[in-house]
Design a protein. Structure first.
Length: 132
């Protein structure tokens, strides 16, 4: 019991010493997100059928869209929008349309944006929907 307490105390001490990650850190890298938006993966393809490949690609593209919509929602809230459905986006703009526009922009890009994925999302929202 005493050893376990000392172990937990040491772990907490180490975590307290380590620097915190910056607020702009991204969960996925640019390459990971671009591959996800394209429906590609570097995972081994053992025992997969063509239907399995299609399902995996669809799942990856959906994950990409949801991540980008989350970045868009965060960006709109930080820009002073009350909610993503107000302000620059019309009420009838479906989230699936916004997600598709963002995913296409990311998949078409060859180099990472200087401001990261959030910068790319802001750029697309500004150019396509006038969100600033």
């Amino acid at each position: 019991m005493f050893r376990r307490t000392i172990g937990w105390g040491a772990a907490v001490a180490v975590l307290a010493i380590l620097p915190a990650a910056p607020a702009s850190a991204e969960f996925f890298s640019f390459d990971e997100m671009r591959d996800m938006c394209r429906g590609e993966t570097d995972q081994p393809a053992e025992f997969r059928t063509s239907a399995g490949y299609r399902l995996l690609a669809s799942s990856l593209r959906d994950r990409c869209r949801m991540y980008l919509l989350g970045l868009a929602e965060t960006g709109l809230r930080q820009a002073g929008e009350v909610a993503s459905r107000q302000g620059c986006l019309a009420d009838q703009t479906p989230p699936a349309e916004v997600a598709e526009v963002l995913a296409e922009a990311l998949a078409a890009r060859a180099e990472p944006p200087p401001d990261g994925l959030a910068g790319l999302v802001r750029e697309v929202l500004l150019s396509r929907y006038g969100c600033g």
